[in-house]
Ligand binder design. Structure first.
Ligand code: GS8
Length: 221
């Protein structure tokens, strides 16, 4: 049966990039559809009526929402190629726990950095460093969170690294200084073609954020 795979996404999204990396890891051919989130398409609204957010993976006309759910879905459907979740149930639970931690903590801290100023920005910077240090200690001496090879948690986190440049520019600090081993891990991930080819250019993300910040300032009473 011919597969029809569509990804509703926005190029700067760390959530959408997870699906892009996973699809590339599995060698799945898909149609990428960039979404304008200020003017949401009918397809996006119909496909994700609950959250109305990207990413949405539409597989043979059936939508799957939420990036971590999408990752698991991709891993289960295309299970012959490059498994992402580890086989051991305990390791799977751990990978899911830390991916959830990333989404509960890292997104919010990062957002404070690029969208706030003064004390809130400083708080975001402190939080971000604490979270990244926590993740770095979780990595330990392993090459990847998945052990010898890139796995589910690596995919969940590596997409955030495309935002590190923006965080550093907005908050005037160096992540490398606080988390050198994590930065080494990012470099290892980027040596894998399907990872580097799926991630957005950090400089373009920063340009995008500069535009969004101007819009936010204009609309803040
Ligand atoms: C988050 C998706 C999200 O925030 C996931 O997929 O993991 N928990 C979800 N998507 C954003 C763009 S990325 O910052 C989005 O679609 N925002 C539009 C909106 O909320 O209206």
């Amino acid at each position: 049966m011919g597969e029809k795979v569509i990804l509703l996404d926005q190029f700067v999204s760390m959530f959408g990039m997870r699906a892009r990396v996973a699809l590339a890891a599995k060698g799945v051919v898909y149609e990428y559809r960039e979404q304008d989130l200020r003017n949401k398409s009918q397809l996006l609204l119909q496909s994700n009526p609950i959250y109305k957010q990207i990413p949405v993976l539409i597989h043979n006309d059936k939508p799957v929402c939420e990036s971590l759910t999408i990752l698991e879905y991709i891993d289960e459907v295309w299970n012959q190629e490059y498994p992402l979740l580890p086989p051991n149930p305990y390791h799977r639970a751990q990978a899911r726990f830390w991916a959830d931690y990333i989404d509960k903590k890292l997104y919010g801290a990062g957002r404070k950095i690029w969208s706030a100023s003064g004390e809130e920005l400083e708080a975001g910077k402190k939080e971000l460093v604490e979270i990244l240090m926590q993740l770095e200690s979780q990595l330990g001496e392993e090459a990847f969170f998945g052990g010898e090879r890139l796995g589910f948690l690596d995919v969940a986190l590596v997409t955030y690294s495309t935002w590190f440049h923006t965080y550093e520019m907005c908050a005037g600090f160096s992540i490398q200084e606080h988390c050198p081993k994590l930065i080494q891990w990012v470099k290892r991930c980027l040596e894998i073609d399907f990872v580097s080819e799926s991630l957005a250019d950090p400089a373009k993300i920063y340009d995008f954020v500069l535009v969004i910040r101007k819009v936010l300032v204009l609309h803040t009473p």
